[in-house]
Ligand binder design. Structure first.
Ligand code: Q46
Ligand code: ZN
Ligand code: ZN
Length: 314
């Protein structure tokens, strides 16, 4: 297979785009496409102060690398969850995030959940029994909360995450088969900021297949953590990804077209009513002041208050 641009040996063939590229042209193509998506979905301008959520995985580090190469002002945010187990997941992912920042002379903000809130994510999960054994629900709400609060308190314009097309399509599939219209209304490349304190969020990699971001990270020599979080095993989203990959094998481009057709439907107003309802429900948490849909205390404050009181009793 030859590179379409120069005829040299191709390192990747993207069947859905009918495009094969060599190493050099691939490493140019990813930032060019990213810039195109940033403009197309009006994610942010050249002067924006951007905070990048980094997990030490390929997508977030590749995204940070691409934005840095494109000349954007970026700061990383790493959240230490305290998930270690056999693979030393949190310790390794923190080390790789810090190494990337040092090598590229970029600023990285570290937030350690145990220091900040009083317990690691697995400890908190055991204490509250949320999510029936798996810590993903307390983890997800904590990450969302910390990202929003840090970005808002430090005055960033936009929070970017490394979600790729496979992630987005798995979520879309899950929300479609349950017709979760409220979630569908909020899914997309950009989530606008709200006047009551939800920061603007953007996903510049949302149109790249996972194998494309992985190839970019490998070809750029970015060291990232290969292991998944140990709690990801058996997740429904992984099952959906496998199913969608089977369809993609027989129908190259299906994942991309599912996502783009959804965005077109959304743009034509399919979920407008739901978006308005979701926005109007936000109030300020009485404890921390962050926006919440709960009437009194936000889910983060309620959960972590319960964790601390149970920890003190134990
Ligand atoms: S939610 Fe669950 Fe992830 Fe948190 S505990 Fe691991 S798998 S990291 S995206
Ligand atoms: Zn080439
Ligand atoms: Zn709160």
């Amino acid at each position: 297979m030859k590179c379409r641009k120069c005829g040299e040996k191709a390192v990747i063939n993207m069947r859905q785009h009918k495009l094969a590229l060599c190493r050099t042209h691939y490493l140019d193509w990813i930032p060019e496409q990213t810039q195109r998506f940033i403009e197309k979905y009006q994610m942010f301008g050249k002067d924006a102060r951007i905070i990048v959520a980094v997990s030490g995985g390929k997508d977030s580090l590749a995204l940070w690398d691409v934005l840095h190469r494109l000349g954007y002002q970026t700061t990383g945010l790493y959240i230490g969850l305290g998930i270690n187990g056999d693979t030393d997941y949190s310790a390794k992912s923190q080390y790789l995030s810090e190494s990337f920042a040092v090598e590229n002379e970029l600023e990285l903000i570290l937030v350690d959940v145990a220091e900040e809130a009083g317990a690691t994510i697995p400890e908190a999960s055991k204490l509250t029994q949320r999510g029936k054994g798996k810590p993903c629900s307390v983890c997800g709400l904590t990450k969302r909360y910390v990202m929003n609060r840090v970005a808002q308190e430090r005055g960033y314009d936009v929070l970017v995450t490394g979600h790729n097309l496979d992630d987005e399509v798995a979520v879309l599939f899950g929300n479609t088969i349950t017709w979760a219209v409220g979630y569908l209304a909020r899914q997309g490349p950009v989530l606008e900021e709200t006047s009551d304190g939800l920061i603007r969020k953007a996903k510049p990699f949302c149109r790249f297949y996972e194998r494309e971001t992985a190839a970019y990270a490998l070809l750029r020599g970015i060291e990232y953590i290969y292991a998944e979080c140990p709690y990801a095993e058996g997740a429904t989203s992984i099952y959906y990804k496998e199913l969608l990959n089977q369809i993609e094998d027989g129908r190259p481009g299906m994942k991309l077209s599912f996502y783009l057709s959804f965005l077109r439907a959304k743009n034509s107003g399919l979920f407008d009513q739901e978006s308005t309802i979701a926005k109007s429900k936000l109030v300020k948490c009485r404890t921390c002041g962050q926006p919440t849909t709960a009437p009194d205390q936000c889910a983060y404050c309620r959960t972590w208050d319960a964790v601390r009181s149970r920890r003190d009793v134990a």
